[in-house]
Design a protein around this ligand. Structure first.
Ligand code: NAP
Length: 410
């Protein structure tokens, strides 16, 4: 059973495909591992202040602390306790700090498990530039993309077996005998499934978002020239879905060239695709030609960090894992172990994830307050060390000082 909810709180509802928030929603919060607790404290203080200011005390979040990762283990529970999953299911909208995953052995990624168990099939990561921040590129202000990364399939989804395990040997034997495919001895084996259903629901969410927010294009990013029946199918299913369900509101890039003289008809959303390796160079050289993007899991993981680097780094890279009727908001970065307890880390990524959460609750006014407080800090060169070290003559603020500076602007 979920833990007892904070008094006076109610669950967010999901009606006609939309999240509907009461004035006092219960929001489960997992502080996470590593730097998670430090950035979570900062995020909560800033969100509470913005909500209080925006709604004069009529609305307030009732935070419900739930455990996951090392904190759950320390309390003698599973790494991802059932009561945490139950609380998220019950209250529908949650927020989390990063969770540690050991490399090469140990437990499976709790982040991947959470996304799969709750079927949070879209990882949504907006990347935009804030004036005043340092960047390794000449025109960072041209970056304004929203990445929809498929979250439950692909080679990244964790179907894999170690070299020499009984399972890997079984798969190797099956492939050799039944399909005449030879895999070298002592190979670890991973499987890359990509389904039509998984692709369609992701692309549908991306196209709906683009239409609702009057964006210019949706780009399908894939490696379909090589992995034809997974990544190539992602592209084909994506185009087919857009034509079938949104044909009146969309046009393909090919149609724009061949039928419309190179200019998209007014009000139409352009659907295009790019091969992933080309996409990585295009986002650097033709940044402003890209807008909403949809891609399989592994491409999306690499691509969202690369985009974040173009606008200053992971310290301001927010995200959300969204399914039908459930949403878990989280920073794009991990547990940054070398910074734990040093009061050096940038809480911006989790704070901006909370802005996405507030918008999702229909509390856009408070989200706008938080965003403009952060933008004000950045413009005034009030930044943490990740940005300060890339700027001339700026004294870095600690995590708590940065939080105080943002609070002062709310
Ligand atoms: P990471 O924790 O994201 O840290 C990599 C680097 O990114 C840091 O050393 C730092 O760069 C920069 N960075 C990260 N967060 C930052 C912040 N808030 N402010 C400023 N800079 C920040 O990646 P990792 O070291 O590869 O992974 C560590 C652990 O996190 C692993 O166990 C991994 O599995 C896990 N992880 C979890 C999630 C998740 O929970 N969703 C996501 C990714 C990784 P500098 O060294 O240049 O300062």
């Amino acid at each position: 059973m979920p833990r007892k909810s904070p008094s006076g709180g109610e669950s967010v509802k999901f009606q006609n495909g939309e999240f509907v928030s009461p004035d006092n929603p219960v929001i489960p919060v997992m502080a996470g591992d590593g730097i998670g607790p430090e950035i979570t404290v900062s995020m909560r203080r800033i969100v509470d202040a913005a909500v209080a200011k925006a709604y004069g005390g009529k609305r307030a979040i009732r935070w419900l602390d739930v455990l996951a990762g090392e904190s759950a283990q320390a309390a003698g529970k599973d790494l991802l306790p059932q009561e945490t999953l139950d609380a998220i299911r019950q209250h529908r909208v949650a927020i989390k700090g990063p969770l540690m995953t050991p490399v090469g052995g140990g437990h499976r990624s709790l982040n991947v498990t959470l996304r799969q168990v709750l079927d949070l099939y879209a990882c949504v990561r907006p990347v935009e530039y804030f004036r005043g921040l340092p960047s390794p590129v000449c025109k960072p202000e041209q970056m304004n993309v929203v990445i929809f990364r498929e979250n439950t399939e692909d080679v990244y989804a964790g179907i894999e077996w170690p070299a020499d395990s009984a399972e890997a040997e079984k798969v190797r034997g099956f492939l050799k005998k039944e399909l005449k495919v030879s895999i070298r001895e002592h190979s670890g084996i991973g499987i890359k499934p990509m389904s039509r259903e998984g692709t369609e629901r992701l692309v549908r969410m991306a196209v709906k978002y683009a239409l609702k927010h009057k964006r210019r294009s949706v780009t399908l990013v894939h490696k379909g020239n090589i992995m034809k029946y997974t990544e190539g199918a992602f592209r084909d299913w994506g185009y087919a879905l857009a034509a079938r369900e949104f044909g009146g509101q969309t046009v393909t890039e090919t149609e724009v060239t061949e039928k419309h003289g190179g200019t998209a008809p007014a009000g139409k959303l352009v659907i295009k695709d790019r091969i992933a390796d080309n996409m990585f160079q295009q986002i650097l050289t033709r940044t402003n030609e890209y807008d909403v993007m949809a891609m399989p899991n592994l491409n999306g993981d690499y691509f969202s960090d690369a985009c974040a680097a173009q606008v200053g780094g992971l310290g301001i890279a927010p995200g959300a894992n969204i399914g039908d009727g459930l949403a878990v908001f989280e920073a794009t970065h991990g547990t940054a172990p070398k910074y734990v307890g040093k009061n050096l880390i940038n809480p911006g990524s989790l704070i901006l994830s909370a802005v996405m959460m507030l918008e999702h609750l229909g509390w856009g006014e408070s989200g706008a307050l938080v965003k403009s407080a952060l933008a004000g800090c950045f413009a005034a060169r009030e930044v943490t060390q990740d940005f300060a070290r890339q700027m001339e003559g700026v004294r870095p603020l600690g995590t708590t000082e940065f939080t105080a500076a943002a609070l002062a602007r709310i």
